[in-house]
Design a protein around this ligand. Structure first.
Ligand SMILES: NC(=O)c1ccc[n+]([C@@H]2O[C@H](COP(=O)([O-])OP(=O)(O)OC[C@H]3O[C@@H](n4cnc5c(N)ncnc54)[C@H](OP(=O)(O)O)[C@@H]3O)[C@@H](O)[C@H]2O)c1
Length: 293
């Protein structure tokens, strides 16, 4: 069984939560409706919303005792932002020291009003990462029940392999969509498939650029092809974009960035849509501006 089997097939992103300006009751309604629809896993990071999102989410959770048991909470650490009291940094930098990882996890647990994270990720590859130190820290956090699983985000295959030799990694959370195809060809997804691991995919709609707001030739081509495939199949363009990800044999967990109910439904519709290889290649080609070699 894959180590991310506890996560729902889609995972709800919380990066944009602070922008909504919701009360705790409104946030709770969004969490409950999302979980009710089958997306029970939520993706956080200590730094989201300038270190505010975990507390917004946790304050909502505190209104509904028992809800936590039905959710899986993912968070990330390892980035320190400049200009924030909590980042306590002169310059933005990465910090994967034991002291920082432990302090960040403790803070996430307090703010989320929970005693454990279902999955902790190192947010970005730290050039100064000491794999043995991280592995020992992870072992202690697991022993104390503070994290149930551990993985990484945005790691190259070599960076993943190094840390994985010290502590088993559950996933690599990566950016993947027709405008960012590198993980398909640089060994990132091959490595996960070889290990029987499922990637998590962030910004599956390129932050919305697949559907609007980006007038570059590449984005326009992808948008046009998404639209024509969607019309052919009778689904929404966003559904086709998610289905393009789900077609990969590693069975990715895409993160849903939209917080609208329609955005959620358009994502879930992809679970019953299997693209054939030609349709998949049409979208690859639209992103690349050339046919597969
Ligand atoms: N590990 C990392 O380094 C990393 C980096 C970035 C993000 N993430 C994670 O990935 C999650 C998702 O990222 P994302 O928010 O960039 O995802 P996304 O799905 O690529 O983009 C979502 C954005 O697209 C907009 N959008 C426009 N048209 C849409 C449509 N038809 N359907 C759905 N959305 C549409 C949404 O607006 P509406 O809300 O109006 O629909 C929203 O602003 C984040 O919440 C975070 O948890 C991780």
């Amino acid at each position: 069984m894959s180590p991310t089997a506890a996560l729902s097939p889609f995972v709800a992103g919380t990066w944009r939560l602070a922008e909504r300006g919701w009360s705790a009751a409104q946030t709770l309604r969004w969490i409950e409706a999302t979980a009710e629809a089958g997306v029970s896993s939520f993706d956080h990071a200590d730094i989201y919303g300038g270190y505010t999102v975990e507390a917004l989410f946790g304050d909502a959770l505190a209104l509904a005792p028992g809800l936590r048991q039905r959710l899986q909470l993912v968070s990330k650490c390892g980035i320190r932002l400049a200009g924030h009291p909590r980042g306590a940094a002169r310059v933005k930098h990465y910090d994967t020291s034991r002291a920082h990882i432990v302090a960040s996890v403790e803070q996430s647990l307090r703010e989320l009003h929970t005693d454990r994270l279902d999955l902790l990720l190192i947010h970005r590859p730290d050039p100064l990462l000491d794999a043995a130190e991280v592995a020992a820290t992870v072992a202690d956090l697991k022993r104390d029940g503070k994290i149930l699983a551990f993985g990484v985000s945005n790691f190259s295959p070599a960076q993943f392999a190094l840390l994985d030799t010290h502590t088993p990694l559950a996933t690599n959370q990566i950016e993947l969509h027709p405008l960012r195809r590198e993980p398909l060809h640089d060994g990132t997804l091959d490595q996960l498939q070889q290990r029987g691991l499922r990637p998590m995919v962030w910004s599956p709609l390129a932050g919305g650029r697949l559907l609007g707001g980006d007038e570059s030739p590449d984005a326009q081509r992808v948008r046009w092809v998404l639209g024509s495939i969607a019309a052919r199949l009778g689904v929404a363009p966003a559904t086709v974009a998610y289905a393009w990800l789900l077609r990969h044999p590693t069975r990715p967990h895409p993160l849903i960035g939209s917080m609208r109910p329609e955005g959620l439904q358009e994502a879930l519709a992809a679970l019953t849509l299997t693209l054939d290889a030609q349709t998949w290649a049409e979208l690859w080609q639209a992103g690349a501006g050339q046919a597969l070699p």
